[in-house]
Design a binder for this molecule. Structure first.
Ligand SMILES: Cc1ncc(COP(=O)(O)O)c(C=O)c1O
Length: 352
């Protein structure tokens, strides 16, 4: 792997006051795909790209990304959480978007090197981390609607604090979107394709304008079954059972979702992966059987929900207080990430 040294290093931001994704470290990882092969990865100073305005990604959205995190605990130990699973998912996204797959081990080792170089950029306060954003874009400068012949893979890093600070008594409100759709079975919802996110902004803006913090998406065919939240999978506790929508081809197969299900199994919680309708959730909310709802994703890990609004009615959950299952899961998963608890699943990879 090539390393190009930066001439000067940036002044680091105040790690106690970080806005998500606004600060970038000194170095980035880049790798080019040309003539049918990936070239050697390069760690080089973070810089702006010079590129053609005709580049395919700008016009037809051939681009994918991932999001994962590196942690530094109070002993200064640095680790990555399930990063290889992100790279496996990225290769699946690449296949769906007609983009070249890469060697997972080569890219994983390159990311580990990048994290080592940038270790001073990893905040240590509880709830903070170094966010890792692997991205791949189509770079051929041509306006024909076709698969690119060249691609750029890059990884940038951003120190982050808590994504959605969850406050007891004031947990976020979800707006159930029953007209606009995020993704349909057969579409690209299961891939982390750039366009999925741009396409979701309109519903998100509508929810925000009405005082809600996020969108709860329904299925594209019947507008009846729960899919997921903006950038999180979603779980409900109904009659003491954790219920989450089954993987169906349109929701993202979240790594946190998978981690949560494995932890629930380990601790003998009852859980179900199945189709769940908005009517079932609303009925359970009405008669007090819905005791918790929470989003699960890399950014917030567990994000408890305070209320759900659907067709003009708003149901408050657990008085907008964090429930016991959310609390347990947040403690357990962040505890595995910070090495407070043993890693029984092989999720944590030491960096040094
Ligand atoms: C649409 C969507 N759903 C769910 C998730 C949660 O996935 P993960 O737990 O892998 O971060 C994300 C975040 O990546 C997302 O963008």
């Amino acid at each position: 792997m090539k390393f190009i040294k930066a001439e000067t290093l940036k002044q680091k931001p105040d790690f106690n006051h970080l806005n998500f994704g606004e600060n970038f470290t000194d170095y980035m990882l880049t790798m080019e795909w040309e003539d049918g092969v990936w070239h050697e990865p390069v760690i080089e100073p973070f810089h702006n790209f010079e590129c053609s305005p005709a580049m395919l990604v700008f016009h037809y959205g051939q681009g994918i990304f991932e999001g994962c995190k590196a942690y530094k605990n109070d002993k200064g130990e640095i680790s990555l959480f399930r990063t290889k699973d992100n790279l496996i998912r990225m290769n699946k996204s690449a296949e769906r978007m007609c983009m070249p797959q890469f060697d997972i081990d080569v890219v994983f080792e390159a990311i580990k090197e990048l994290i080592k170089v940038e270790k001073d950029w990893i905040p240590t306060e509880p709830g903070t981390s170094l966010y890792i954003r692997p991205t791949m874009i189509a770079t051929q400068p041509v306006l024909g609607v076709r698969v690119s012949r060249t691609f750029k893979f890059f990884v940038i890093l951003s120190p982050v604090s808590k994504y959605h600070p969850a406050e007891d008594g004031n947990l976020p409100a979800l707006y159930v979107e029953n007209h606009l759709v995020r993704a349909a079975v057969g579409g690209t919802g299961e891939a982390k394709n750039l366009g999925n996110y741009g396409a979701s902004f309109y519903a998100f803006a509508k929810a925000k304008a009405n005082g809600y913090q996020d969108v709860l998406w329904l299925d594209a065919c019947e507008h009846k079954y729960i899919e997921e939240v903006g950038t999180m999978n979603v779980m409900f506790v109904i009659d003491g059972v954790v219920v989450t929508p089954a993987i169906n081809g349109s929701i993202l197969q979240g790594i946190t979702r998978n981690s949560v299900l494995q932890v629930l199994k380990q601790f003998n919680y009852k859980f179900e992966e199945r189709r769940i309708s908005i009517d079932e959730v609303m009925a359970a909310a009405k008669d007090g059987r819905l005791t918790e709802c929470f989003g699960v994703g890399t950014a917030a890990v567990i994000s408890p929900v305070g209320s759900i609004a659907y067709e003009g009615e708003e149901y408050v959950i657990n008085n907008k207080f964090i429930g016991p299952v959310s609390k347990f899961l947040k403690d357990r998963i962040t505890g595995i990430q910070s090495k407070k608890y043993p890693d029984d699943f092989g999720w944590v990879i030491d960096v040094e």
